[in-house]
Design a protein around this ligand. Structure first.
Ligand code: GTP
Ligand code: MG
Length: 307
């Protein structure tokens, strides 16, 4: 199954409620203040957030106020309005040669998909010919280290790890020194999941960042938050909290193949205006895809996509 199909199927769960409401709103009626109000409600209940929903409705109202709408045309226009919010933030994640090595760090709450994404990224960049070093900086669980080792083995990528319970900041420090000696192009740091309200764990993350900066003041070059696409509005408070400790530079949203809450990405885009790099639509390496705003917006509304 193509990734677009998986995205559409996944988002169908969010779009199902949104689209059926929208279809009802748009059928055979004049577009007026009432229709726009119902549309705004439908968008908010599909997790797009108040600010983005109101912006989208205003854009549509400008075009269609007082006119009778052809339903397909209105849904297309709606997809364009959603994409207008997302598109300026669509940004491919690249390993830059200027850094020697480029330092990327993945952060997020428990189970959001960090380790899987680290494995997928290691594979992607090593296939592009980059020398990648994975760092298993989740030292809390032995299983986490093994999980990342599995990805490293399958992709023949180097991995640096420490004993369970070791200080992740110390491991990261040593790893950067080693990766420099080995002339690596990319260091990919997988960190432990931590809930945004656990102060001591957030402090541990802040320490990792301080240690990185001691060696490379402008790093991490990418501090990526991995968000679970099934979570919905809670991702807003996650992003806020992680931004405070690790200056997030971009977003990755996973599990959109099974998501019921994919609209939250639009709310995040409107509120934070951070680059959106990639989406996860499954568990294998091929299921990490560059973010495409147009495809995402259409899938969110259950509209057909060009393959
Ligand atoms: N369906 C689907 N499953 C995913 C995706 N990304 C990750 N997963 C699954 O989600 C589960 C958690 O993924 P991990 O990568 O272990 O998450 P994590 O953020 O490292 O978790 P912690 O280290 O415990 O915080 C695993 O079973 C993954 O296979 C995705 O895009 N789609
Ligand atoms: Mg993990």
């Amino acid at each position: 199954m193509s990734w677009l199909k998986r995205l559409t199927d996944g988002l169908k769960k969010s779009s199902a409620s949104a689209t059926s409401q929208l279809t009802g709103i748009f059928t055979g009626k004049k577009i007026n203040a009432d229709t726009m109000e119902s549309l705004e409600e439908a968008l908010i209940s599909a997790d797009l957030g108040v600010a983005a929903s109101s912006k989208i409705v205003q854009e549509l109202a400008k075009k269609y106020d007082g006119k009778s709408g052809d339903q397909d045309e209105l849904l297309d226009a709606l997809a364009v309005a959603i994409s207008n919010i997302l598109k300026p933030l669509q940004k491919q994640l690249l390993v830059l040669d200027t850094y020697h090595p480029h330092i990327m760090m993945l952060v997020g709450v428990n189970g959001s998909g960090k380790t899987t994404t680290a494995g997928k990224l290691a594979r992607r960049f090593s296939q592009q010919g980059k020398k990648v070093v994975l760092v298993a900086a989740d030292t809390f669980r032995a299983a986490a280290i093994e999980q990342l080792k599995g990805w490293a083995e399958r992709s023949s990528v180097d991995i640096l790890s420490a004993q369970r319970g070791a200080d992740p900041a110390a491991l990261v420090y040593q790893s950067i020194e080693k990766a420099r000696q080995q002339k690596a192009d990319l260091i990919l740091i997988d960190t432990a999941g931590r809930l945004q309200n656990r102060t001591e764990l957030m402090e541990e993350l802040a320490k990792i960042v301080r240690v990185i900066k001691k060696l490379v003041p402008e790093a991490p070059h990418d501090s990526l938050i991995v968000l679970d696409g099934t979570v919905g509005q809670n991702s807003i408070s996650q992003l806020k909290a992680f931004q405070d400790v690790s200056a997030i530079t971009g977003l990755i949203m996973t599990k959109l193949d099974g998501s019921a809450r994919g609209g939250a990405l639009v709310a995040l885009a409107e509120e934070f205006e951070l680059p959106i790099h990639l989406i996860g639509v499954g568990e294998t390496a091929e299921d990490l895809q560059d973010f495409n705003a147009d495809a995402y917006a259409r899938a969110l509304l259950g509209l057909p996509l060009d393959e």
